[in-house]
Design a binder for this molecule. Structure first.
Ligand code: ZN
Length: 159
């Protein structure tokens, strides 16, 4: 178990477009394990590689639906509907804000074995997919917040 340092707002690794992963190797496998450890330690439901300073198209999620998701080189296939709700980010500690996202999203990605799969998310899972996908494009939710960035109550989900 290894917890990596989470980069926060202002760190340039959060504003770079990430590179596709070409092959799985022990180094990347370790990165993914560390990302889960770091996400659980921070109390988040998602974490993207650039948040630990790695410019690779990888994110992990656990929205407490019984699954641990690994998405490598993800592509958004379609989105549907909209939802507006509070969103936070482990890279912007202690804050959250209202963000409108699609209610449903369909994404294609590689899993940890570099096998292609598709995932359909709704509600929180859709929000999390879109939030983490943005990280891989060097984008942060703070640019999507409607109104003010708020002070978060302790214990709220962060991504
Ligand atoms: Zn985030």
């Amino acid at each position: 178990m290894a917890i990596r340092q989470i980069r926060t707002l202002g760190d340039e690794s959060l504003t770079k477009v990430c590179k596709p992963v070409k092959e799985m190797n022990p180094h990347t496998h370790q990165l993914i394990n560390d990302m889960f450890d770091t996400m659980y330690d921070g109390g988040g439901c998602g974490l993207a590689a650039p948040q630990v300073g790695v410019r690779k198209q990888i994110f992990v999620m656990d929205v407490e639906d019984g699954n641990r998701y690994v998405l490598i080189n993800p592509q958004i296939l379609s989105t549907e509907g909209s939802q507006t709700g509070l969103e936070g980010c482990l890279s912007v500690p202690g804050k959250n804000g209202q963000v409108t996202r699609a209610e449903k999203v369909r994404v294609r990605a590689l899993n940890e074995s570099m096998e292609e799969y598709e995932l359909e998310g709704e509600g929180l899972l859709a929000r999390c997919i879109l939030h983490e996908y943005d990280h891989l494009q060097g984008k942060l939710y703070v640019d999507l917040v409607e109104g003010e960035l708020l002070d978060a109550d302790a214990g709220e989900e962060e991504q």
